[in-house]
Write a protein that binds this ligand. Structure first.
Ligand code: SF4
Ligand code: SF4
Length: 348
């Protein structure tokens, strides 16, 4: 029997609201607040350390409905960046030397302005990352997408939780593993993941349950050998990330009775080095409506920039953004646990 996953938004449940998630995460939970913990590590208040990544979340529409999605994305979502907001993003980027544009969603490629954002960012000489869910490359209307990405030397970061079909499908939906392998072969045929091609293909794996990820190095070797041997697929890097206790993963934690134990696990794994290197310190995150955030996670929790920083891309001001004070909360334990999340944190 196929497993039907529906977004929180579509089901109209209280957790669909970022504010409700924050209320839950910030209620007394028997562990120190994140701000107290980083104060103990000499990191409070957390501040920006120069923006090197301009992350654009173009909306929540996605062709998949993964169980752990922190965006609560899915085919039912209609939030989508307009051309006007996309133009404001590129005008802001042009005023800076920020080297990397990181485009995410949903499935960002389904936004009508996606290809224009890529072309414009490349015209400005920036490195472009596409957070690609792989299966989007197989949609008939996107038949030329892989070639477009290759032509513009867009770096692809794609999620593949496991080299086991059953585990991947359990998290991302029935049949997603098979489609992911087909899409990876398509990308390999264009040169992606192959030495010397200049086309970088990285994978992200996140745990399929309420536990922390194993070491990135050992996982990368494992993924490389299994995917090459069993499917003839190659890629450049594997990033391991911790599931953030927000959105659909938060619902999973609560419903499975794992919420408190998971939060305690994150708190116990707090690593000051990981906390000092969290991605919000070098990222600016722009939402589909042009609102500004410290990261994609804060965006999904409706926690916009604060402490005097501009709130919308139309008011972009690099001088007030580079060293801004970051909005933190208990969800931030997810970024500071273990060795941290080294790929910018978001899952495609
Ligand atoms: S995790 Fe990625 S592919 Fe899955 S529903 Fe969310 S945005 Fe879509
Ligand atoms: S959740 Fe966002 S604000 Fe919090 S530590 Fe992670 S990147 Fe920074």
């Amino acid at each position: 029997m196929p497993l039907l996953i529906r977004s929180l938004n579509q089901r109209g449940v209280p957790l669909a609201s970022g504010k409700e998630q924050v209320r839950l995460l910030e209620s007394p939970n028997g562990f120190p607040r994140f701000e107290e913990t980083i104060a103990g590590a000499g990191l409070h208040p957390l501040t920006g350390d120069h923006i090197t990544v301009f992350q654009i979340n173009v909306g929540k529409l996605c062709n998949q409905t993964c169980r752990h999605c922190h965006v609560d994305a899915g085919p039912d979502r209609e939030e989508s960046m307009s051309r006007e907001t996309a133009e404001l993003c590129m005008a802001a980027l042009a005023r800076t030397g920020i080297p990397t544009v990181d485009i995410t969603g949903g499935a960002p490629e389904l936004n009508p302005g996606f290809r224009w954002l890529v072309e414009e960012s490349r015209r400005l000489g920036r490195r472009v990352i596409d957070r690609c869910n792989l299966s989007v490359l197989l949609i008939p209307s996107q038949a030329d997408l892989a070639a477009f990405l290759a032509r513009h030397e867009v770096e692809i970061i794609a999620s593949l939780p496991s080299f086991s079909a059953a585990q991947t499908d359990a998290q991302r939906g029935d049949g997603v593993f098979g489609k992911s392998i087909e899409a990876l072969r398509l990308l390999n045929a264009l040169g992606y993941g192959r030495e010397g091609s200049g086309l970088t293909l990285s994978l992200i794996t996140n745990p399929v349950g309420a536990f922390l990820p194993p070491s990135q190095k050992s996982q990368e070797a494992h993924f490389k050998s299994r995917l090459a041997r069993e499917h003839g697929v190659v890629f450049n890097h594997l990033y391991t990330i911790t599931n953030m206790p927000i959105s659909r993963f938060l619902e999973f934690l609560i419903e499975s009775g794992n919420y408190e134990a998971y939060m305690h696990r994150l708190v116990a794994a707090f690593n000051p080095e990981a906390a000092a290197g969290v991605m919000c310190r070098y990222t600016l995150s722009v939402g589909w409506d042009g609102s500004l955030y410290d990261c994609d996670f804060n965006q999904m929790l409706d926690l916009p920039l604060d402490h005097g920083a501009p709130g919308h891309i139309r008011d972009f001001d690099p001088d007030r953004l580079h060293r801004r004070r970051i909005v933190t909360g208990n969800h931030c334990y997810g970024c500071a646990a273990g060795s941290g999340s080294s790929c910018g944190g978001t899952i495609a």
